[in-house]
Ligand binder design. Structure first.
Ligand SMILES: Cc1ncc(COP(=O)(O)O)c(C=O)c1O
Length: 403
């Protein structure tokens, strides 16, 4: 054991996300694409933006509008659906509490009230029973009028379309799919982009399809919504630049980012397959650990629903004590143990939104969304990227077994 520990200390640190390996692979194509932009000089809304939108539309199965970030994509989607603009009562938007802050912040930026909803233990997706309860509680309190739901495809797994779609339609609620982490994923063979009327995604560098800076996209299945989203992205203009027909913003994607993303799209399908292989490799090894090694803790591998091809933005485990009780102490000890062996980990996310100082006033306090609160103590994300090889998987899972 001692010899192995020394060897591992000498082994290079495993990258959490390996953008270096990707850029080495794609460098000539990225440079060719960037040079083309420098040659034509159309840095804002140059031809690469339309070319990228056509490619995104093909992959996402819906019309795509390239925008400045995943957060702006969400804000534009809310504005396009007129959320938060009512002159009368305040409008409410249901959002899962176990998510990245952008999902909640845009609701307030749009002028609406976030209503936090719990998620499911096994797949981290919005829990319809909790949604139902929060909907009824909102009606009883009468604080705001329900207007929309933002679902989140956490860690890359698409939210099931049904029965949410019927539930929302019966209550006349809009549904926005926050697919910041799941572009490239499919459910029942249908690509993310086509699973909700309005879907948003992010091209933050560490995302499955990431640029070299900020970027995002909005996907619309309705031609009417598409036109509105395009207009909001450019200050609410109509086809005439100085004819401002609605509230908008500067939400454009830079031409240079579009050029980088086009280069990255040449290997995107291959990279998705490599992420899926890495996730399967993790699950197989970790299942073997939990059946063969007696440890004072246990890890649960992430679960995918039937017919789901996740984009595996993250590979996130739940860590409990041997009796299945949540324990941040055990989780943090495992993280420290892996870190000493050159294996970085992350916690997505250490605090659910309803307990964050910025949003606490909109939630119902500790104990109100128990699954989100418990996950925040137990989750740990392992390195995940398309260039993770078998040796790295062996090393990571071997260290987990030896913890
Ligand atoms: C679930 C979710 N929504 C929205 C965003 C915001 O995306 P961006 O960083 O591109 O603004 C992120 C980014 O991490 C995210 O994970």
């Amino acid at each position: 054991m001692k010899g192995r520990a020394v060897l591992e200390q000498r082994a290079p640190r495993i990258p959490f996300v390996d953008l270096g390996a990707q850029s080495r692979r794609l460098r000539p194509e990225i440079e060719r694409r960037i040079a083309a932009v420098l040659d034509h000089g159309r840095y804002v809304m140059g031809p690469e933006v339309a070319e990228l939108e056509a490619e995104l539309g093909r992959l996402g199965g819906a019309s795509a509008v390239a925008v400045s970030s995943g957060s702006d994509a969400l804000l534009i989607a809310l504005l396009a659906l007129d959320v938060g603009r009512s002159e009368g009562e305040r409008e409410a938007v249901f959002v899962p509490s176990f998510t990245f802050t952008a999902t909640a912040e845009v609701v307030l930026l749009a002028g609406a009230l976030p209503v936090f909803v719990d998620v499911r233990e096994d797949d981290f997706l919005l829990d319809l029973d909790s949604l139902d309860r929060e909907f009824d509680a909102l009606a009883r309190r009468g604080r705001a009028v329900p207007k929309a739901i933002i679902t989140v495809d956490l860690f890359g797994q698409p939210m099931p379309e049904h029965p949410l779609r019927e539930w929302a339609a019966a209550r006349e609620l809009e549904v926005i799919s926050d697919a910041a982490q799941s572009f490239g994923a499919r459910r029942g063979g249908q690509p993310v982009g086509s699973l909700a009327e309005v879907t948003t995604t992010s091209f933050y560098p560490a995302k499955p399809l990431g640029g070299y800076g900020d970027g995002g996209a909005v996907f619309c299945t309705e031609p009417g919504a598409l036109e509105v989203v395009q207009s909001i992205r450019e200050h609410g203009q109509s086809a005439d630049r100085y004819d401002v027909v609605r509230l908008g913003m500067n939400g454009r994607l830079d031409t240079l980012q579009a050029a980088v993303l086009l280069a990255k799209l040449t290997v995107f399908e291959e990279e998705l397959a490599a992420r899926r292989a890495a996730a399967a490799g993790y699950t197989e090894r970790l299942d073997a650990v939990s059946t063969s090694v007696r440890t004072p803790w246990r890890v649960s591998a992430p679960e995918c629903g039937a017919g789901v091809e996740s984009s595996w933005a993250q590979y996130t485990l739940r860590v409990d004590d041997r009796d299945g009780r949540p324990s941040s102490r055990i989780r943090d000890a495992l993280r420290a143990h892996l870190d000493r062996a050159g294996i970085p980990t992350a916690v997505h996310y250490p605090c659910p939104m309803h307990l964050q100082p910025a949003y606490r006033q909109y939630g119902r306090g500790p104990g109100s969304l128990p699954v989100s609160e418990s996950l925040a103590l137990r989750v740990i994300s392992l390195p995940m990227h398309p260039y993770l090889d078998e040796a790295a998987l062996d090393r990571i899972c071997g260290r987990i077994a030896a913890a």
